[in-house]
Design a protein around this ligand. Sequence first.
Ligand SMILES: *Cc1c(COP(=O)(O)O)cnc(C)c1O
Length: 396
Amino acid sequence: MIPFNKAAVVGKELGYIAQAVASGKTSGNGPFTQRCQRFFEERYGFTKCLLTTSCTDALEMAAILADIKPGDEVIVPSYTFVSTALAFVRQGARIVFADSAPDNPNIDAERIESLITRRTRAIVPVHYAGVACDMRKVLALAQKYGLLVIADAAQAVDSYYTDDLSETPLPWHRRLRRLNNRYPLGGIGHFGCFSFHETKNIQCGEGGMLAINDPQFVRRAEIIWEKGTNRAEFQRGEASKYEWIDVGSSFLPSGITAAFLWGQLEKLRSVQRRRKSLWRQYQEGLGPLSEEGLFGIPQVPHYATHNAHMYYLVCRTARERARLMAYLKESGIQSASHYLSLRSSAYYRDKGFGPELVQCERFVDRLLRLPLFYGLTAGQVKRVIGTVRAFYGHTG
Ligand SMILES: *Cc1c(COP(=O)(O)O)cnc(C)c1O
């Protein structure tokens, strides 16, 4: 059986856990947490990073920091994971669901403006499969209407927007650019939310991170992170009393989780190299069939890189996807469809409004994700490719 995903130990994770336990410091915001946060701040130029117990938590923190209130509207793609919308629903927001682009499951930036009203407060681009949304257009709208940009970069670790953003500059872009000569995803908007769930490129079981790019939110972010207290400032000797000063929750992960994550981050380069090699193998094996029009394959726009988070096919019909999925399963290969449209979900269908989301529905019905994980072998990818080819009547 070739599983769809299998989380792996890639470096010294277990040794670091032993070290954290032996040190007697296993609660949050300890040495490993700070090491992980510094890694992202220094490598990508994010202003301030805080580890969280999930990307869901990072999104919730961003929604609190953005001061989203009942009646506010937040623009979210319908083709995404539930947390992207849930974080704002918890603040009382009304979610305005946006459609996907025709050639790519990301939000269709051409059609965001028609969704903006007097009540709109934020746009939440999701960089699906680690491929950047059209951030030049998203930022231009955000600046024109005074909106916050809160990126769901759950899948987007170590991926980039490569085009020019100098017409829509934000003060922290200079630092991103200086370090990378391009814009790391999660760093472009006011906030970026990452996931280290076991299905992501870098993982610690359950984990996440909030990148706070706009410096005006940094102080409050630390307080919300630590149950509404000034504990972090107190620990650094910047406050004389440790007390309750704001809302918040326990958003910080334990030192044991952070120790595991540090072991993964040390191996980021080799993890990415390995995933990209598997991704290219899929692309070379399946690209020719896509050219024959048998299915679509991931499209990476000229302004984006991909981080080999995901390889998928877009089948011609929902029925064909179901048949292909069953065929793969009979051949011992697990594949996965992806999101159901949030706008049509049991929870939201009576609350939502807005136009039909034609492209979103197309990806909901037809997108099929193939196995892609660190421990997958080239031989296994070859078998998956061969099985897809055989399904479409290609032999050899
Ligand atoms: C994985 C994922 C999330 C949720 O991440 P958790 O860390 O499990 O909370 C949110 N949004 C997107 C797009 C994701 O892929």
